[in-house]
Design a protein around this ligand. Structure first.
Ligand SMILES: N[C@@H](CCC(=O)N[C@@H](CS)C(=O)NCC(=O)O)C(=O)O
Length: 333
């Protein structure tokens, strides 16, 4: 009975983590924790104000009333804190890897803002695989001179180069995750393909859609990429101008008329695919969650990403992913 009610409580609490706004989330979390702690803040059975009214109507002295209400609030806060920590840990606990399966030396050759590289980073971060990053200069590509494959990401794993984001993630999954969970199901595969075939094509037309957004994007690219001092300025202005025109071409190529509407529609399509689950993978993200999160991560705090979160229902899932993926496992090169 106690176990059952704990389960109900934690299920209710994990639902609370889905609440849309931060404030709503904490208010509901406060109500539910207090309810299960028997304090009944705003609960359907007996509301906090009812409890407070009975305290004031009761036989207690003013000082006793004061300490009773203070004590109630303090207890609620303690339960609130502890339970929310436990629930977050329970709901978003990462799959632990066997230490002997974790590669010793992992180096990611990347462009900081590249969506495909960010897919790989989301995977490595989620599984806490330590990796170094080599930022490739997109003009000279001298950092990957040794490679016949001239695109990024390239992931060097204990001396073996892996290429192409989806193939890298697949091979890494086979290497590091215990056999029982190492094959993707059909739904997961379908949505991983959707990321490569659809979602990534929504990004450029949106982040370069007008001069101010193109400049905002190139400001980010110029400050995070591997450029010489003089390249930095050329990249910011020439890059922004060039990509503005390229993005118009891409719109035609992918049959996009209104790029923002198309981005919002993609976000909604993804939320519909979740079908009420925390993640596509259920209580834990799967590779499709990590891929969608990865490609959206570099644009999330640009104007396009902020608009997307403001105008669609994707924000709650995105916040859950931020918590689930956690700190980056990147180490200094
Ligand atoms: N299918 C590849 C695409 C990789 C890709 O197109 N990378 C771009 C950067 S976002 C690149 O390296 N472009 C440089 C080039 O094509 O020369 C993947 O998923 O990794």
């Amino acid at each position: 009975m106690r176990r059952a009610s704990t389960l109900v409580a934690s299920t209710a609490l994990s639902r609370v983590l889905l609440a849309s706004s931060e404030q709503q989330r904490y208010t509901r979390l406060f109500q539910v924790t207090s309810f299960y702690a028997g304090i009944n803040v705003g609960s359907p059975r007996r509301s906090f104000s009812t409890s407070m009214r009975s305290i004031s109507r009761g036989v207690y002295s003013d000082t006793a009333k004061f300490f009773l209400s203070l004590g109630g609030l303090a207890a609620a806060s303690v339960v609130f804190g502890v339970t929310s920590l436990l629930v977050e840990e329970k709901a978003y606990a990462k799959e632990l890897l066997k230490p002997d399966l974790v590669p010793k030396d992992v180096v990611l050759y990347q462009f900081e803002a590249c969506p495909f590289c960010n897919k790989v980073k989301a995977f490595l971060d989620y599984y806490d695989v330590p990796y170094k990053v080599v930022e490739v200069n997109p003009f000279s590509k001298k950092e990957i001179k040794w490679s016949e494959y001239k695109k990024v990401p390239i992931l060097m794993v204990d001396g073996e180069p892996l290429v192409d984001s989806s193939a890298i993630i697949d091979q890494m999954r086979n290497k590091i995750i215990r056999a029982k969970s190492s094959s993707a199901d059909d739904e997961e595969k379908k949505w991983c393909r959707w990321v490569d075939d659809h979602l990534v094509h929504m990004l450029s037309p949106n982040i370069y859609r007008n001069t101010s957004e193109a400049l905002e994007s190139f400001d980010y690219i110029a400050s995070n990429g591997n450029f010489s001092f003089s390249e930095k300025y050329t990249v910011k202005y020439a890059g922004a101008a060039a990509m503005y025109f390229v993005s118009k071409k891409l719109k035609k190529k992918y049959n996009i008329t209104d790029e923002r509407a198309a981005l919002y529609e993609s976000a909604e399509t993804w939320v519909n695919a979740l079908d009420g689950r925390d993640f596509l993978g259920g209580l834990k993200p799967n590779l499709a969650d990590l891929s969608v999160f990865g490609v959206l991560r570099p644009v999330r705090y640009l104007k396009a990403g902020k608009d997307m979160v403001e105008h669609t229902r994707i924000g709650d899932w995105y916040s859950r992913m931020e918590i689930a993926v956690g700190e980056s496992s990147r180490i200094k090169a």
